[in-house]
Design a protein around this ligand. Structure first.
Ligand code: IPM
Ligand code: MG
Length: 367
C-alpha cells in the first residue's frame, strides 16, 4: 500500500479547529483510495513559542524534513498578543519565512475561484461575476523584499532609519516564469505578467526574463500589466484574468484582494512548491477573534488538502472530488457564520458541521 507521511502544523487561532476537519477528509481519502497517510502533528507558530520557546522548534523541523508533504494551518496572534513575543520570534518572521526558506518553496499557487453558485458571497455585482471567477495567482515566494538584506539604526543626521532590499536574480525569475507558463499551458493560455517597471528596476529585469521564457511558449498570450492597474481590474473585470504571475510582495497583496472579491479570505487555500518539498496552507491569518468558537469555515484548509492530493500525490481525480464535495455543500444552501450573515437565508452550520457534510458528499462520489 502506498504510504505517505504528512506533517500537520496546526498553527494558531482557528488553525487547530480547521485542521480537525482537514484530517477528516484525509482519513476518508485514505480509506477510499487504499493509501496510507501517516499524520504527524507538530508545533508551529505562536503556540509553539509559548510551549517550547521557539515558533519553529527543532523537533518540528525534523518531522517536516522527513514528511512527504506538509499541511500547515494559519499562524499569528492579534497585534496586542504579538507584542508579548520578541520581534524575531514572532511566528511570521520566526517560523513561516524560515519554513519557506528551508524548503525553498518558491512557487505559491493561490486559486481565486468562485463558481456561479457562490456568487452571493462576493461583494461584486452579478454582472461582473458572470459565469464565475477562476484565476490562478502565482506568487514568487522566497525572494524580493521579504528575504532581502535589512538594516536599521541611526543615520548620520541622528534619525532612526530602516533599509530593506528588493533583490531578484534571473535564476529566481526564470524558475517562477516557467511555473507560470506551464500552468498557463494547462489552462486558457493567457498569462498576465504583473510588474511595476515604470518605477522598479527589479521589474525591468523581471519583464526581460519573462519575455525570454515566453519564447519557449509561443502558444501563450502574455499580457504585461502594472500592479496598481491590476488591482483595479481585479475589481472591475476579474474575468479577464486566468493565470497571473508576480513577485513576492505584489502577490501577497493581490492575493488578499483576490480573497476580497470572493467575499472572504476563508475561500483561499494555497500550495507552496519547491523542487523537493511542498507545503500547503490557507492564505489567510489565524482569525484570533473567532478562534475556538467553532464557526470558522474550513474551506481553505480542506482546499489545501485538495491541492496536496493533486500536486504532491498525483491524485488528480480525488482532488477534484474534494472540491466538488465542498461546492455541493454550499450549493445545498449551507454556510458558516464567518461567511454569511444570520438572516441571509442560508442554512447555518458550524465548522464541524461543514467538515461532516463534505465527508458525506465525498462518500457519494466515485473514486
Ligand atoms: C501570506 C501571509 C504571510 C505573507 C504573512 C503571515 C507573513 O500574509 O501568506 O500571504 O505575508 O506572506
Ligand atoms: Mg498575505
Amino acid at each position: 500500500m502506498t504510504h505517505y507521511k504528512i506533517a500537520l502544523l496546526d498553527g494558531d487561532g482557528i488553525g487547530p479547529e480547521i485542521m480537525v476537519e482537514a484530517v477528516k477528509i484525509l482519513n476518508l481519502v485514505a480509506e477510499r483510495n487504499k493509501v496510507e497517510f501517516e499524520l504527524i502533528h507538530a508545533l508551529f507558530g505562536a503556540s509553539a513559542y509559548f510551549e517550547c520557546g521557539h515558533p519553529f522548534p527543532e523537533e518540528t523541523k525534523k518531522i517536516c524534513d522527513e514528511a512527504d508533504a506538509i499541511l500547515k494551518g494559519p499562524i499569528g496572534l492579534s497585534h496586542e498578543e504579538s507584542q508579548k513575543i520578541p520581534v524575531d520570534m514572532q511566528p511570521e518572521r520566526g517560523a513561516l519565512l524560515p519554513l519557506r526558506r528551508r524548503y525553498n518553496t518558491y512557487a505559491n499557487f493561490r486559486p481565486v475561484f468562485l463558481p456561479k453558485g457562490l456568487a452571493h458571497f462576493s461583494p461584486l455585482k452579478a454582472e461582473i461575476i458572470g459565469d464565475g471567477i477562476d484565476i490562478m495567482i502565482i506568487r514568487e515566494l522566497v525572494g524580493g523584499l521579504y528575504f532581502g538584506e535589512k538594516q536599521s539604526g541611526i543615520n548620520s543626521e541622528g534619525n532612526r532609519y530602516v533599509k530593506e532590499t528588493l533583490e531578484y536574480d534571473e535564476v529566481q525569475i526564470r524558475r517562477i516564469a516557467k511555473v507560470a507558463f506551464d500552468t498557463s499551458m494547462k489552462r486558457k493560455k493567457v498569462l498576465h505578467n504583473i510588474h511595476k517597471s515604470n518605477v522598479l528596476k527589479s521589474s525591468v529585469l523581471w519583464n526581460e526574463v519573462m519575455a525570454e521564457v515566453a519564447v519557449d511558449y509561443p502558444e501563450v498570450k502574455v499580457i504585461n500589466i502594472l500592479v496598481d492597474a491590476a488591482a483595479t481590474y481585479l475589481c472591475l473585470n476579474p474575468r479577464q484574468f486566468d493565470v497571473m504571475v508576480m513577485e513576492n510582495m505584489f502577490g501577497d497583496i493581490l492575493s488578499d484582494q483576490g480573497g476580497g472579491i470572493l467575499g472572504s479570505l476563508g475561500l483561499m487555500p494555497s500550495a507552496c512548491l519547491g523542487d523537493e518539498k511542498a507545503y500547503y496552507e490557507p492564505s489567510h491569518g489565524s482569525a484570533p477573534d473567532i478562534a475556538g468558537k467553532n464557526i470558522a469555515n474550513p474551506y481553505s484548509m480542506i482546499g489545501s488538502v485538495a491541492m496536496m492530493l493533486e500536486m504532491s500525490f498525483g491524485m488528480d481525480q480525488e482532488a477534484k472530488n474534494v472540491w466538488h464535495a465542498m461546492q455541493s455543500v454550499f450549493a445545498q444552501g449551507y454556510s458558516t457564520p464567518d461567511l454569511s450573515k444570520p438572516g441571509s437565508g442560508v442554512k447555518m452550520i458550524d465548522t464541524r458541521g461543514f467538515g461532516d457534510l463534505v465527508v458525506a458528499e465525498l462518500r457519494k462520489l466515485p473514486v
